[in-house]
Design a protein around this ligand. Structure first.
Ligand code: C2O
Ligand code: CU
Length: 542
């Protein structure tokens, strides 16, 4: 079968938002970037040309890329930057995914503007497990900074602790009516009364879980992270950075203009956040005099229950056509703490963390340090001294993770480049344990190369005797990004059947930059069909 081809030209393009113009990095001049349309099981070749002024990488978020991490994209994990003037042909291999995913830059903070939707249609002869919608619309919830994003990142790194909050949230690249100089360009969704619409909602923002809702309309969730869910009717959704949520919208209200809106859910105590609200308009076609739209209900910015109640209500469709396959007979039990920590402030700097410290973040108290040569290359070519294989499977100390005061010692993580090696086909159960070291907050954890079942979650410390009794092994949602609740825990399961080098990280960009990431190496299986494929000839060199 013929391969589908896309060309991505990464280049600086002037865009005007919030009354000022700046150059942003785009793909093909578009912001948000182009949508990829594929059918389940297809392979796509994307020729990425870097015509910008600094290096970049591109990642296909949620695409499992069986046996082919070479095109996965996270910088220093599976490749180095595509340098200015460089080109990299990326082979994107779709297998079991069906629904909505997205692609984004995976180096520095370039993904703020370099991102787009991926729509994966059912195979020929199969259809959606819901009535065919009249139209389908990607809804990208993003963020906008007035400053250049590289400057934002530099300032962030220089004074660790300053959250560098955005100047606006956006819907399909537009801030909406409530921001200065924005109203004429507000995104409008035109609908016909009585028709059904499929909204493919993607949280492409950098720093926040978002609440989203539409005035006067209920929405019905039918999928998340390119996997179908049981229909879930709700007034609002909570969506993590990285996550996608497909919803049906029935245009069943009196013809008028209605706002859809999104704003932050921000749970870290005392941490500044962008408290603005982005809007777009659901506009009914027809002849009528529209009334001024009013804002829909959105939960309060710190309403943890509103966030976890929504996230915890998602269930796999789990029917004959879309069965679940929850792994049992666990062979590998892991417990990973996810924490915000501190480092002493380096001399000659002002750090804005608590008591003048520099903020950091960690998984099992290891703040990941990017190697100079990407982990995949070092692994494949047996280059020594790039990474170690002693990532701890359990936190180093037994203590009350979510207590108000925790030992100072634990606030200082280790700066290491350690990976966790998994045998092929090992059956992994992983408990993420949130902590209250410097501040408790939610962490949307994302795993490359896999989707995982979310079998349980709760607040406080994970109890290994009691909590597993409540696991859902019947219809847990299949996701690639899951928000670990503030001062709580979440358990996921997956079968390590995709050999390669796979990054796992918090999808809140500042936490990732601070080191809340780690790498799995999944070993080859016994026969060639279950082993890593060879690299392409044009891997960007380190
Ligand atoms: Cu959305 Cu590591 O990526
Ligand atoms: Cu985080």
């Amino acid at each position: 079968k013929a391969l589908i081809n896309y060309t991505f030209i990464v280049e600086e393009t002037p865009y005007t938002r919030l009354c000022s113009t700046k150059n942003i990095l785009t793909v093909n001049g578009q912001f948000p970037g182009p949508t990829l349309y594929v059918t389940k099981g297809e392979t796509v070749i994307v020729d990425v040309y870097n015509k910008g002024s600094y290096g970049i990488t591109i990642h296909w978020h949620g695409v499992k890329m069986p046996r082919y991490p070479w095109s996965d994209g996270p910088v220093y994990v599976t490749q180095c930057h595509i340098q200015p003037g460089g080109k990299f042909s990326q082979k994107v291999i779709f297998s079991s995914e069906e629904g909505t995913l997205w692609w984004h830059a995976h180096s520095d903070w370039s993904r703020a503007t370099v991102h787009g939707a991926i729509i994966i249609y059912p195979k020929k002869g199969t259809s959606y497990p819901f009535p065919k919608p009249h139209a389908e619309v990607p809804i990208l919830l993003g963020e906008w900074w007035k400053k250049d994003i590289m400057e934002v990142l530099t300032e962030f790194v220089q004074n660790g602790g300053d959250p560098q909050i955005s100047d606006a949230y956006t819907i399909n690249g537009q801030p909406g009516d409530l921001y200065p100089c924005s109203k004429p360009e507000t995104f409008k969704l035109l609908v016909d009364y009585g028709k059904m619409y499929l909204l493919r909602i993607i949280n492409v923002d950098m720093q926040d879980i978002l609440f989203f809702s539409i005035a006067k309309h209920q929405i019905t969730v039918v999928g998340t992270d390119a996997s179908y869910t049981k229909p879930l009717a709700r007034d609002y959704i909570a969506i993590s950075p990285g996550q996608t949520i497909d919803v049906l919208l029935e245009a069943n209200q009196s013809p008028d203009h209605y706002y859809m809106a999104a704003r932050a859910y921000s749970s870290a105590k005392g941490v500044e956040y962008d408290n603005t609200t982005t809007t777009a308009v659901v506009q009914y076609n027809g002849n009528y005099t529209p009334s001024p739209p009013s804002l829909p209900f959105l939960p309060d910015y710190n309403d943890t229950n509103a966030s976890v109640n929504f996230t915890g209500s998602l269930r796999s469709l789990a029917n004959k056509d879309h069965p679940v396959d929850v792994p049992t007979n666990i062979t590998t039990q892991l417990i990973f703490t996810v924490s915000v920590n501190t480092f002493p402030c380096p001399i000659n700097r002002t750090c804005k963390g608590p008591n003048g410290t520099m903020l950091a973040a960690s998984v099992n108290n290891i703040s990941f340090v990017n190697p100079k040569i990407d982990v995949l290359e070092a692994y494949y070519y047996h280059i020594n001294g790039v990474f170690g294989t002693r990532f701890p499977s359990f936190p180093p100390y037994v203590f009350n993770f979510t207590a108000e005061y925790l030992p100072l010692l634990l606030e200082l993580p280790n700066r290491w480049t350690e990976v966790k090696v998994l045998d092929y086909d090992s059956v992994v159960e992983l408990v993420f344990q949130g902590t209250n070291l410097v501040a408790g907050t939610d962490h949307p954890m994302h795993l490359h190369g896999y989707s995982f079942y979310v079998v349980g979650w709760g607040f406080g410390n994970f109890n290994k005797d009691k909590d597993p009794l409540g696991y859902n092994l019947v219809d847990p949602p299949l996701q690639n990004t899951i928000a670990v609740p503030k001062n709580g825990w979440t358990t996921i399961r997956f079968k390590a059947d995709n050999p390669g080098v796979w990054l796992m990280h918090c999808h809140i960009e500042r936490h990732l930059t601070w080191g809340m990431d780690m790498v799995f190496i999944v070993k080859n299986g016994p026969s060639p069909e279950v082993q890593l494929l060879p690299p392409p000839p044009d891997m960007p060199p380190c």
